[in-house]
Write a protein that binds this ligand. Structure first.
Ligand SMILES: [Cu+2]
Length: 574
């Protein structure tokens, strides 16, 4: 082979290796870790709850859906075959997906929907997550029935930072609607009114013995006296935060959102939609039956489901059970009880589980979080004053585009989004006092925020008193962030930061912004990509309480977005 020819071959090889380099490196890295493959079929399945039968969208026919079980740092490939009636996407809630927004999932943000009759393979890349997360559909309201647990065990050869529990159990809280969930949100968006509230909450798919026709199927967990159990609790509820407890049993919370915390011993937790908590429970009460119960926390004057879902903790080897005792949970509107719990959260921050809180902030955002109205001509809508309910961040109500923002950003397509999401509200007023009509009517737009790779970012979320003030569980894709502070009233640039915890703040992916209060988060922008940020109350997300943060590529290939996968679902308008 002549020198020239050899050079050409080497050149071609080099080119191919460059192309494949990123994915090859992942494969090589994955060999020391593990790779998992899942095959999922999205399909309609009949379910009977509360004496009535309906068809729901499921994964592999199950509600809740299948569990993904990995060790820290593994990768999972999930092939989703859509045999349902409409386009759907899946999101891996709390999985950071380093450099890989292509598989993050929110519809028309990072991909277009997987159409009926087609399939798409997600590459779910785990990094530093450890504990419990979850996955859910991210298209309209399909996540009501399309969701399941993600369990991330310590890396092989490592152990939990607490005594190994005798056994583990996953507890998924969800909403059950007698009607068709897609029809419920479609109708609400058509009329401008509040969507119907759910008819029940469920624990692992079962409403429990306080609801009609549900006694026999109440979910039961058998325990042995003297043993300690790890309960992985996931709040997949659509529109309500929850109080959760077990009669006469303390809960010791040891992890949240896939990261360890300093243990909190409590008789109840407050968990928002989107959050996950790992809880140790020791069966050391008089052997018998005890209710596990979960009920809404809603500190606003809004319609909500005020029912209680139950399961039963049942001691084994008992000849005869007497009555089941029930836990006393805080009242549905007990804001202080919610905050007392949340304010106890601290990162474990140990030698084996260190944290790294950004302290030299290079990018600051101040974001108001509001429920709003859009004016309807001749008061023709069914919301307040004949208007349409809406919601916003910095008074911009997010409009979902018809081509995904990731593709538009990556391929420089014009006209899909604009880069002008404001760093702070354009109009300042007494956000949590008498707000009058200030910023009642938001502007509409697909406005995103671009952030430089490596920025140390601080976001202050400011709740407002517009319409009905309430707690908003804000969620960010692509990152866990530190909740460094929160408080009531208006954020004060001088005094509020004095209360920040920069030593051991919890590292989470969803935080409740207190009603008429503020919350500050910090994170290092080390994950290039297109990342959705939104309220995890589904009706607020549907009304536009969303935006997108784009973290630009860093200076090297290793700090840049991975190349797109060979196939992505086509967009109807691309
Ligand atoms: Cu909200």
């Amino acid at each position: 082979m002549g020198f020239m020819k050899m050079g050409f071959v080497l050149g071609v090889l080099g080119f191919m290796i460059t192309l494949l380099d990123d994915r090859l490196q992942l494969c090589v890295a994955a060999k020391s870790k593990n790779v998992h493959y899942y095959d999922w079929v999205l399909k309609e399945t009949n379910y009977t709850r509360l004496c009535s039968t309906k068809s729901i969208l499921t994964v592999n026919g199950s509600f809740p859906g299948p569990t993904i079980l990995v060790h820290k740092g593994d990768t999972a490939y999930v092939k989703v075959h859509n045999q349902g009636l409409y386009g759907v996407t899946i999101h891996w809630h709390g999985v950071k997906q380093p450099r890989n927004p292509w598989s993050d999932g929110p519809e028309n943000i990072t991909q277009c929907p997987i159409k009926p009759g087609s399939s798409f393979t997600y590459e779910v890349i785990f990094s530093d997550e450890e504990g419990t997360l979850w996955w859910h559909a991210h298209s309209d309201w399909t996540r009501a029935t399309v969701h399941g647990a993600i369990i991330i065990l310590p890396a092989l050869g490592k152990t939990y930072p607490f005594p190994t529990p005798y056994a583990e159990e996953t507890i998924i809280l969800a909403s059950w609607f007698k009607g068709d969930v897609m029809a419920i949100i479609e109708e609400a968006l058509a009329t401008g009114a509040d969507p119907n509230v759910s008819d029940a909450f469920t624990i692992n798919g079962q409403p429990g013995d306080l609801y009609d026709c549900s006694n026999e199927t109440t979910y039961r967990i058998a325990v042995k006296y003297g043993k300690t159990y790890l309960f992985r609790i996931i709040n997949a509820v659509m529109n309500e935060e929850h109080f959760f407890g077990i009669a006469k049993h303390n809960l010791t919370v040891v992890a949240m959102d896939g990261a360890y915390i300093k243990p909190i011993t409590t008789d109840y937790i407050m968990i928002t939609p989107g959050q996950t908590m790992d809880v140790l429970v020791t069966a050391k009460q008089t052997p018998g039956r005890y209710h596990i119960a979960s009920t809404a926390f809603v500190d606003a004057d809004v319609a909500f489901d005020n029912s209680t879902t139950t399961a039963i903790l049942q001691y084994s080897n008992i000849a005869k059970y007497t009555n089941t005792s029930s836990p006393t949970l805080p009242d549905y509107n007990d804001k202080a009880a919610a905050e007392n719990f949340t304010n106890r959260l601290r990162s474990l921050a140990s030698r084996d589980h260190p944290i790294n809180v950004p302290k030299k902030i290079t990018k600051r955002l101040f974001i108001t979080v509001s429920v709003n109205q859009l004016v309807c001509p001749n008061a023709s809508c069914d919301g307040p004053d004949g208007n349409r309910l809406s919601a916003s961040l910095n008074n911009v109500s997010f409009v979902t585009p018809s081509i995904d923002i990731l593709q538009a950003y990556y391929r420089n397509l014009n006209g899909v989004f604009t880069k002008n999401f404001p760093d702070e509200p354009t109009y300042i007023f007494n956000f949590t006092g008498d707000v009058g009509n200030n910023t009642l009517y938001p502007s509409l737009g697909t406005k995103v925020k671009l952030i430089n790779y490596g920025d140390e970012v601080e976001i202050v979320y400011q709740g407002t008193n517009l319409m009905s003030a309430e707690n908003h569980p804000m969620h960010l894709h692509g990152f866990s962030f530190y909740l460094v502070g929160n408080g009531t009233g208006n954020f004060d640039k001088k005094t509020s930061p004095q209360s920040y915890n920069l030593v051991d703040p919890p590292k989470v992916n969803t935080i409740g912004v207190p009603k008429n209060g503020w919350a500050t988060i910090r994170f290092l922008a080390d994950n290039p990509g297109v990342w959705f940020m939104h309220c995890h109350l589904e009706r607020h997300a549907s009304w536009g309480m969303n935006t997108v943060i784009i973290v630009k590529n860093g200076p090297t290939k290793q700090t840049s977005i991975l190349p797109p996968p060979p196939y992505l679902p086509p967009c109807s308008k691309s």
